[in-house]
Design a protein around this ligand. Structure first.
Ligand code: MN
Length: 738
């Protein structure tokens, strides 16, 4: 039970926390902001009255701390403070969003609504988590503050994870490292990202975490002495030149030290760059760049820089808004030391990210910042991607920790893309339609393919063609989620369009075959061709994979069903003759091999294996349908004499064994198994004999020349069409001089 004394202490603590919040918020409070915050605090206190957290603390501490993080660590204002104070009210108490709206207006209510929706779904499954995350990002398009408050909420939960049961600790910690830390990073909240990562390490690898913490502590004195000595000459020179500055040595995050240990496979004692020197100068906006380089010049006057380790995010900020000048210099004791040079404004943005960015936003400059561009991209991605939540999160995540490459448009505009981006990514970055029609590009006046990986400073001019169509292959070499979702979208449209064309072909063919088109006909057709989706069937027809004439088989199959449920029940050759007469109008009762296969199913007898040109007859077996035998077959005498009523006359539809030589040239992108796929179609599916095949694979391009014995031109065209559908094949041409 909670006794009097404890309650008294708790209410003192509560007042202390509340005053601290107001003290931090004070500099930007306007009009009756303080009153509103008070009102939100009172409402939250009342709503959570008597509730306690797992730790035993009064629940109200939590929203207060979350509000505190919003103000002090993210730099948010009154609306967010109110939202933070009320963030668990709708979810955990009897209050409704409408109550919040009545008291605090639409803005606050919609943020609370967003926050409540994020945590509303039961989410123990992967897809539940992913769906949650997707919802969270959806709110981004309404108000980014939802995510910022959510991050503050998550950070406080991580800070107070101790009192949670072990399985919850692991769940919350892994969610945090999986989604929230990358998101914080992307929004430029460096300090929060680092703390989340450190806490994750603490709860998943406690011993490693502790050993790093201990090591940092043990080495502190030595390190401090080193830093003092290192910065002394710089300090003096900066003071001589009348700079307003602060300079400090900062230990890197525990998580990043751990990363180094893992990457280099070394114990913590051997991680040398445990810290970085940070020089922060206070200068007006217009002098920032010049001053940063001035400071760089002073530093490198004393210490020799490593030319490979210069990072200039002052001239070109990172997409998440980060600006700083990083260099690594050699100290006098022979140790590399990282020095970060930035202005006070840059430092503020680096620590607080998004919100600070807004505070400093230069209104005269209408260009969107990297962050705005990013948020716009997320929005687009969400609008386009309605499919699979997990897929979406994967794509989104791949965009979170990105290194960047800077390239230029033909007009000299700078565009920032994810490292590894190709010309096709660039095309999609400009516009989805340009991406879908992209044929290639000129990079620095030189022609390059779609999969050319962009280098810093490239000037890129996209070449489009109205004939170009997206291909599955493209997904292999794009890295940006915008391009990925654009291609997938394009493929879907393409699929739809082809299916639409297929539908017209099928309808025409049905009419020609005099088959009534009723509801269910398409489904039956799809089923007949072994497909569960009607659209897949229509697509295949549109694409030529299923040819219209094959639809006749469907008709025959349904007719056969009507006449005799299965071939196997045929007992008499007359039944077959009747069917032939009925279907073809022929009175001859002859089964034409090759031609009537569509109509009547037959097999070649294994005992004599007839080939075209042989004299043959058909025999209606009891269990295995019609078998074709050669008249010279050892069994024929018995069959013909004893079972005459089961014998049906049969002839080869065309006895002329004409075949002529033709050549095909196949061009494609080289991949393992391409040749085998091509030859499989030629010899297995189309039963065509090959005379010769030569293949040249140079620089990833496949060039094959195949000479075949082909029946006729149509046969060759059909084969070429099939081959063009083989994955990787770009073009199939008839070799003319053959
Ligand atoms: Mn909460």
């Amino acid at each position: 039970m909670v006794d009097e004394k404890q309650l008294e202490q708790e209410s003192k603590e509560l007042i202390r926390k509340y005053r601290k919040l107001l003290r931090h918020a004070k500099p930007f409070l306007k009009d009756n902001d303080a009153k509103l915050i008070r009102k939100a605090f009172n409402l939250s206190m009342e709503a959570h009255e008597g509730m306690r957290r797992k730790s035993g603390e009064p629940y109200i501490y939590h929203p207060l701390e979350v509000a505190q993080i919003c103000v002090a660590e993210i730099g948010l204002g009154t609306t967010s403070i109110i939202a933070a104070l009320l963030h668990d009210v709708v979810e955990d108490t009897d209050y409704e969003v409408e109550d919040i709206e009545r008291e605090f207006g639409k803005k606050v209510a919609s943020i609370i609504d967003g926050l409540t929706k994020i945590s509303g779904v039961g989410s123990n499954t992967d897809s539940g988590q992913a769906e949650n995350f997707r919802k969270m990002l959806l709110t981004l398009s309404q108000d980014v503050r939802v995510i910022l408050v959510k991050l503050a909420d998550r950070l406080h939960n991580m800070r107070t994870l101790d009192s949670m049961p072990r399985h919850k600790q692991l769940k919350i910690a892994s969610e945090t490292i999986f989604l929230y830390a990358p998101l914080a990073h992307r929004l430029g909240l460096y300090a929060i990202k680092s703390e989340m990562e450190d806490l994750h390490l603490k709860y998943t690898h406690f011993e490693i975490y502790q050993s790093i913490v201990d090591n940092i502590k043990v080495t502190k004195d030595v390190r401090d002495r080193f830093i003092r000595r290192f910065i002394r000459p710089i300090q003096q020179e900066l003071a001589n030149q009348n700079f307003k500055f602060t300079i400090k040595g900062r230990v890197k995050s525990i998580h990043s030290i751990w990363e180094k240990m893992r990457k280099q496979d070394i114990p913590v004692e051997q991680v040398f760059d445990l810290f970085a020197i940070r020089i922060i100068v206070d200068v007006p906006l217009e002098q920032e760049k010049a001053v940063c380089w001035q400071v760089y010049s002073i530093v490198t006057d004393f210490y020799k820089p490593n030319p490979d380790r210069l990072r200039d995010w002052v001239s070109t900020p990172k997409a998440n808004g980060y600006e700083s000048l990083h260099t690594t210099v050699m100290s006098r004791t022979g140790k590399w030391v990282e020095v970060q040079i930035r202005t006070k404004r840059m430092d503020d943005i680096a620590e607080k990210g998004y919100a600070a960015h807004w505070k400093y936003k230069d209104n005269s400059n209408n260009k969107p910042s990297g962050l705005e561009t990013w948020i716009a991209q997320v929005r687009e991605l969400l609008e386009e991607n309605s499919s699979n939540a997990i897929e979406f999160v994967d794509e989104f995540k791949s965009n979170l920790y990105q290194d960047e490459v800077f390239v230029f448009t033909p007009k000299g505009d700078l565009r920032t893309l994810q490292n590894g981006a190709t010309t096709l990514d660039f095309a999609f970055d400009i516009h989805t339609q340009i991406g879908l029609k992209c044929l290639g590009a000129k990079v620095n006046q030189r022609l390059v393919p779609l999969n050319y990986v962009l280098q810093n400073g490239d000037q890129v001019e996209i070449i489009t063609s109205s004939k170009q169509k997206p291909s599955e292959d493209w997904l292999r070499f794009v890295v940006t989620s915008k391009a990925r979702s654009g291609i997938k979208h394009g493929l879907k449209d393409e699929f739809k369009q082809i299916a639409e064309e297929g539908k017209e072909i099928v309808l025409r063919k049905l009419k020609q075959l005099k088959i009534d088109h009723q509801t269910g006909t398409f489904t039956e057709l799809a089923k007949f061709f072994g497909l569960s989706q009607v659209n897949d069937f229509l697509y295949r027809v549109g694409k030529g994979i299923i040819e219209p004439k094959e639809i006749k088989k469907f008709k025959d199959a349904s007719l056969v069903k009507k006449i005799a449920p299965t071939h196997k029940e045929w007992t008499d050759a007359k039944q077959v003759s009747k069917l032939i007469t009925k279907e073809t109008g022929r009175q001859d009762s002859i089964l034409f091999l090759g031609q009537d296969l569509d109509l009547v199913d037959y097999k070649f007898a294994a005992c004599c294996s007839p080939i075209p040109g042989d004299d043959v007859f058909g025999f209606v077996t009891i269990n295995e349908g019609i078998k074709i035998h050669r008249t010279t077959c050892p069994n024929s005498a018995e069959l013909l004499s004893k079972h005459g009523h089961r014998v049906i006359k049969a002839k080869w539809a065309s006895e002329k064994k004409e075949s002529f030589e033709a050549g095909l040239e196949i061009i494609g992108t080289d991949r393992v198994g391409l040749i085998s796929d091509v030859t499989k179609i030629i010899s297995n599916e189309h039963k065509v004999n090959m005379k010769s095949i030569t293949v040249d694979t140079d620089t990833g391009i496949f060039e094959g020349k195949i000479f075949l014995y082909i029946k006729n031109k149509q046969h060759l065209n059909e084969l070429a069409k099939k081959l063009e559908n083989v994955e990787g094949v770009v073009k199939v041409n008839r070799i003319k001089d053959k």
